[in-house]
Design a protein around this ligand. Structure first.
Ligand code: SAM
Length: 511
């Protein structure tokens, strides 16, 4: 009998991350920045949704009808529980890609999304996915895809193969994947003590390996220990996606859109001399030593004229989701750390500081007299969205309709926080996206939901849950031992939460 998991790690469950690029609302600014029309997304599909955190939050917080599959039944059970809690409109399957893509009961989609899938699936599955996209993605629709990019990964490929082969050859199935991974990492550590020429040539690998050793084993199992694993150049992936009738639209990573963050003037000029866009992307990956790409591809690109583009941008609403005083005028970028100009960002942040949705057109009017041009505003908003300080806001009627689903989902997530910190997010119907809210903050919110409004009451509530399961707060890697010190720490966190975060969570219609 064929293994249902096709050599994919199924023994340990995947992690519980939310990936913002899967939120259809996010594509608006990058598309418009590239002078492209973004499609209206009514139906969307996620292939390989893992624990289903992204698909569930996206389904609850928007009017998009989501479909998705993941062949790991344990993960599908978890994802389905979230869906049952929110009662949002989504359909989750435990089909393999092959079975799902052959279904005859699926609609056509405006968006198909796969995050963390392409590099970890077989060539047969890659072709199944491309064929699915060709048949089921509407014209004008978008494929979001992420994958390991060859230039950045190249030196690590033999290294990953060694770890994987150690598990295959030296590992014992009965030991379980965790122990086998441990053994493989121990073996590699020993191998490195003999100072191989390979690591002398690529010393950065030693740094990479130190990071790998510290990573969560569930993540490692899925990242490095599947049967199928590859990385591709942009040209290689273009050849596959051409068969799906797709054109490259733009990067889904906002900060990629700011050339000077990634490239020197000389490099920009060199790339400008390359007439073919695909080849330019290949060269860019080589220049920046890219190891992971997150991209939008479209089935038919619709180019906009400048006037329509500007009009569409002016119509977008945005909201600031970080307290003003926490927004740093610095950003880590591939070329180091960039400093953001105070004369542009201070007035912009001031205009956003009430944490209410505001139209970009309105921001333009406010900032005109401060000498900040429309072009600079767009660039600044792309950067602030890329940093996570500003978010795009969805249509108010959709927010109103979605709130019933996000409220139910958030209550379920906050109740989960009574036990542990599996999911560090809550869903906002305003930005149709997840917002980072840690376990203690979720417990403070749950206390409020239960009528315990004061800071003191919410701290007591959170502490009851921690102490009942004999848990302690870990701060900067150190466990706080005594009850008094734990409560004091919770008080500190609650004070900051009530003063700084709660007003924003209210604006995002989470609290
Ligand atoms: C690296 S995880 C990524 C999960 C999710 N997209 C995320 O980013 O959180 C890959 C997921 O794809 C699923 N998967 C792998 N191969 C599959 C296949 N052939 N059919 C269906 N699901 C598959 C796995 O069970 C796993 O949950």
């Amino acid at each position: 009998m064929n293994e249902w998991n096709e050599g994919y790690v199924a023994e340990v469950a995947y992690t519980y991350g939310y990936y913002a690029e899967l939120n259809p609302l996010r594509m608006r600014l990058p598309f418009l920045n590239h002078g492209l029309v973004f499609p209206e997304i009514k139906t969307a599909c996620e292939l390989g949704f893992g624990q289903g955190v992204s698909i569930n939050i996206n389904a609850a917080a928007s009017n998009v009808e989501w479909y998705g599959t993941d062949f790991n039944p344990t993960q599908v059970c978890f994802a389905q529980q979230l869906l049952n809690a929110s009662e949002a409109r989504a359909k989750l399957y435990d089909d393999s890609f092959l079975d799902f893509c052959s279904r005859t009961d699926l609609p056509n989609f405006d968006m198909i999304a796969l995050h963390g899938i392409w590099s970890w699936t077989s060539d047969v599955n890659k072709k199944v996915i491309v064929d699915f996209v060709r048949r089921k993605l509407n014209t004008g629709g978008v494929l979001y895809i992420s994958y390991n990019s060859y230039p950045g990964w190249a030196p690590l490929v033999p290294f990953r193969d060694l770890m994987n082969r150690h598990v295959d050859i030296m590992g014992a199935k009965g030991q379980g994947i965790n122990r086998n991974i441990h053994a493989a990492l121990d073996f590699i550590s020993q191998m490195l003590t003999v100072n191989p020429s390979y690591t002398q040539r690529y010393p950065k690998l030693l740094e990479n390996f130190e990071k790998i050793k510290k990573q969560n084993h569930h993540y490692l199992a899925h990242e490095y220990f599947n049967r199928d694993w590859d990385c591709m150049t942009f040209g290689q992936i273009s050849d596959y996606l051409y068969e799906g009738k797709l054109n490259y639209a733009c990067s889904a990573t906002y900060l990629d859109h700011i050339a000077e963050f990634n490239l020197s003037d000389e490099q920009v000029a060199f790339l400008a001399g390359i007439p073919n866009e695909g080849f330019r992307e290949d060269i860019k990956d080589f220049i920046v030593n890219n190891n992971f790409r997150r991209d939008y591809w479209a089935k038919g690109l619709r180019v906009m004229n400048q006037i329509d583009r500007a009009r569409a941008i002016r119509e977008i609403f945005v909201i600031m989701v970080t307290p003003r005083e926490w927004v740093e005028l610095k950003v880590k970028v591939p070329r180091g750390e960039a400093t953001l100009a105070e004369n542009i960002y201070n007035p912009l942040l001031e205009a956003l500081s009430d944490h209410q949705p505001i139209k970009i057109g309105q921001l333009e009017q406010n900032l005109e007299r401060r000498g900040v041009s429309f072009t600079l505003i767009i660039q600044a908003l792309i950067i602030l969205c890329g940093k996570g300080d500003v978010m795009i806001v969805q249509d108010e009627t959709i927010t109103q309709k979605s709130k019933q689903y996000t409220d139910k989902l958030n209550l379920h997530l906050m109740n989960m926080a009574r036990r542990d910190e599996k999911i560090k997010y809550l869903a906002s119907p305003v930005i149709s996206e997840a917002v980072l809210v840690n376990r203690f903050q979720q417990l403070f919110l749950l206390a409020r939901h239960n009528g315990l409004i004061s800071q003191q009451e919410s701290v007591q509530f959170a502490w009851q849950h921690l102490s009942a399961s004999n848990q302690r707060i870990i701060k900067n890697g150190v466990t706080i031992e005594s009850d008094e010190d734990n409560v004091a720490e919770l008080n500190l966190q609650a004070k900051e939460f009530f003063e700084k975060r709660l007003p924003i969570l209210k604006a995002l219609q989470i609290a």
